[in-house]
Design a binder for this molecule. Structure first.
Ligand code: NDP
Ligand code: 8X3
Length: 253
């Protein structure tokens, strides 16, 4: 019997990350579930005894990333799949009114955190000549929208970092994909963005059928089962009810 494949999912305590972890577990993977809220991760581990390794991790604490992930038990060290999912948007204010601290948190989490986790896990993948990195970007990194400012820029970073990783990994069997979802419900994304304002959070999804965390998990599992010679660089996905808008023009009276 083959040893179970090992996945590391960041942000596995909620939303996409939790759905991805659950789906991978259902497919027979063992999952290292990382996030800040340990109680959530412990609940997942209790659902799948012996198949989940819980790691309390704030990806924006760069020193902690290396020490936490360097210290894995032997049978958990050969990570086949890294899902860099941990991330957030804070606020929707125009750039001239946005909170600089919010921008810093988004950059530290979505960019630096993702880079730090990748830099920690990648050498092992290259040494084993095996592995898949899936970065969770966003259509906010491809299309501008009002208030998307720093959040969208962090996701443009994730997009380009994914492509650049692929360039560096040429000649190895390690693969890199970036999934870029649009409007997605069923997660805490909007509660976090609007800092607990439930009315604002719910308004985002009013009258829509958004993507679900399970849709993202399905995409992750599809990527992970492709033949080893296939690399999907970028997947941009939207719900049917969403489309890119026309370019905006402000006309004076
Ligand atoms: P959620 O808020 O539901 O989940 C975010 C996850 O990230 C949580 O598990 C949270 O865990 C974790 N997280 C946040 N900050 C940190 C940190 N500093 N260190 C470790 N973990 C952290 O949102 P989604 O599931 O919707 O979002 C997941 C990813 O998908 C994000 O990168 C987001 O930008 C992206 N995305 C979301 C879309 C959407 O519309 N929902 C669309 C496109 C992309 P904890 O708080 O326990 O640490
Ligand atoms: C989340 C999608 O459109 O709210 O990344 O930025 S959006």
């Amino acid at each position: 019997m083959h040893a179970p494949r090992i996945a590391l999912v960041t942000g596995a305590s909620a939303g996409f990350g939790l759905a991805i972890a659950r789906r991978l577990l259902a497919e027979g993977w063992h999952v290292i579930a990382a996030a800040r809220r340990l109680d959530r991760l412990d609940a997942l581990a209790a659902e799948f005894p012996g198949k989940v390794l819980v790691r309390g991790l704030d990806v924006s604490q760069l020193d902690a990333v290396a020490t936490t992930l360097a210290d894995l038990p032997g049978e958990w060290q050969a990570i086949d799949l890294l899902v860099n999912n941990a991330g957030l948007a804070l606020g929707l204010a125009p750039a001239h009114q946005a909170d600089l601290g919010d921008w810093q948190t988004m950059i530290n989490t979505n960019c630096l955190g993702l880079v730090a986790v990748t830099r920690t896990i990648l050498p092992g993948m290259v040494a084993r000549n095996r592995g898949l990195i899936i970065n969770i970007g966003s259509i906010a990194g491809d299309y501008a929208y009002p208030g998307g400012n720093a959040y969208g820029a962090t996701k443009a970073f994730v997009h380009q970092f994914s492509l650049n990783l692929k360039s560096d990994l040429l000649g190895t069997a390690v693969r890199v994909s970036c999934i870029e979802p649009g409007l997605a419900g069923g997660s805490e994304f909007s509660q976090v963005r609007f800092k607990g304002d439930e009315t604002k959070a719910q308004t985002v999804y009013k009258g829509t059928t958004p993507l679900t965390p399970e849709d993202i998990a399905e995409t992750v599992v599809w990527l992970a089962q492709l033949p080893p010679h296939v690399n999907i660089n970028v997947i941009e996905m939207m719900p049917v009810c969403q489309a890119a808008g026309p370019l905006a023009i402000h006309r004076s009276d």
